[in-house]
Design a protein around this ligand. Structure first.
Ligand code: DQA
Length: 147
């Protein structure tokens, strides 16, 4: 069975109460639940993780080699700063999709640059929690999974 890791970075554990005008009211556990339901429908295995620590995220990416078939990553602010996470993604050579709840390109200048984009097959941003579901569908399509 195809397995996808959805990896969430710093501050995403605060969804629901964190700047709801930007990120909405849906919590990360609620997003995880939505992803689990869709994964069942798509017939794929899902790992859903969150860390506030760059090194822990690097470790999780390394550990995904040989375990997962693809990575969907919302790296939070590390998107714009972390060469280490970009290098980790490049080193495991798994198809990676970059995800953001908000439209980073409509926000501050410093959010327009992404290290993750350099190693991602594509990017979904600005669609809120629905972006997680669209990312799963897009990755399943990319992997050519047969239901
Ligand atoms: C984010 C966008 C980032 O710029 C920000 O630092 C986040 C969340 C998003 O999902 O919109 O923490 O990745």
């Amino acid at each position: 069975m195809v397995s996808i890791l959805v990896l969430n970075g710093p501050n995403l554990n605060m969804l629901g109460t964190r700047q709801p005008e930007v990120y909405g009211h849906t919590t990360l556990p609620q997003i995880e639940q939505m992803c689990r339901q869709l994964s069942e429908e798509l017939g794929i295995s899902l790992a859903f993780e969150q860390s506030n620590h760059e090194g822990v995220m690097v470790d999780m990416i390394h550990a995904s080699k040989g375990v997962h078939d693809a990575i969907i990553i919302n790296a939070g602010a590390y998107t714009h700063t972390s060469i280490a996470i970009m290098d980790a993604l490049a080193s495991v050579e798994l198809p990676t999709l970059e995800l953001h709840l908000s439209n980073v390109h409509a926000r501050e200048e410093f959010r327009h640059f992404s290290y993750i984009s350099r190693v991602a097959i594509g990017l979904i941003c600005g669609l809120g929690p629905a972006g997680y579901l669209l990312s799963l569908r897009a990755m399943v399509d990319h992997l050519g999974v047969k239901a």
